[in-house]
Design a protein around this ligand. Structure first.
Ligand code: CIR
Length: 257
């Protein structure tokens, strides 16, 4: 069960966020982004989470995507190390907040030459799948494994060949169910899961998010919504259009623990 979340409001510099335009083009509208972010926080609160919503940080255009500078779990928190210059400093800003919830003995750091962003880390029970992507390298994954094994978790790596982060192409919905891209459907690591393939026209909706049994689904993806509803999950549809323009999706906007 998740009881807490950390989020950070979008800043005006959001318009300068990094984008590959993999899910859509255009410049985010700050006011709409603020509105969508407030709705997102409200949904987390409706689902019973106590949300620490940090103020926007104009120095870091992508800093509302708090999932990337840290990975949090029951027994420890890991501050990551983005290889992107415009994002790397976010790790120092999230640390203060992490220290409110974890003792220093429970906080670890991915160090250079290791790189990692939390969007590449997918937890399934006590196992972590770590995407090997442009943002997370083998050394980052190795350091992560050394840390989490001390606490009884395991990890393994998965190549990310289609775009930004692992969780853009595969998401664990719990109950052995996974949403996968056609490419991830062929990934041997996931062969024993019930896989539901999301085709190219709805790829963005793979990044849906199970919060204590209810699944948040981005607005505008009827086929994926139906897959999730047919599986019996209660759903909440959330609008994330402004974040999508710079490759941001539902899980990126929070740390949940
Ligand atoms: C970036 O390229 O870093 C941001 N514009 C998007 C980050 C999305 N984060 C995530 O999926 N965890």
């Amino acid at each position: 069960m998740f009881t807490k979340a950390i989020t950070r409001k979008p800043c005006r510099a959001l318009v300068d966020g990094i984008t590959t335009a993999m899910f859509g083009e255009g410049t985010p509208d700050y006011n709409k982004a603020i509105e969508q972010h407030a709705q997102y926080v409200a949904v987390l609160e409706e689902l019973g989470l106590e949300v620490t919503d940090l103020e926007g940080d104009e120095r870091y255009p992508d800093s509302c995507f708090v999932e990337d500078p840290a990975v949090v779990m029951e027994h420890c928190a890991i501050i990551t190390n983005s290889p992107k210059d415009s994002r790397n400093g976010e790790k120092f800003e999230i640390l203060d907040t992490i220290q409110k919830f974890y003792d220093d003995s429970q906080i670890f750091f991915i160090e250079a030459p290791g790189t990692m962003e939390g969007g590449d880390v997918m937890k399934v029970g006590n196992h972590f799948y770590i995407g090997q992507s442009d943002r997370t390298n083998a050394e980052g994954a190795r350091q992560f494994n050394d840390i989490v094994t001390q606490f009884g978790y395991t990890s393994s790596t998965v190549p990310v060949t289609e775009g930004l982060h692992l969780k853009d192409f595969v998401i664990y919905l719990e109950n052995n169910n996974m949403l996968v891209s056609p490419v991830m459907n062929e990934e041997p690591s996931f062969k024993d899961f019930n896989r539901f393939v999301v085709e190219a026209d709805e790829l963005y909706a793979i990044n849906s998010m199970n919060i204590n049994g209810t699944v948040l689904v981005p607005e505008g993806y009827p086929k994926t919504l139906k897959i999730i509803e047919d599986l019996g999950y209660p759903v909440k549809v959330v609008s994330t259009d402004e974040f999508r323009k710079i490759d941001g999706s539902l899980t990126c906007l929070s740390l949940r623990f």
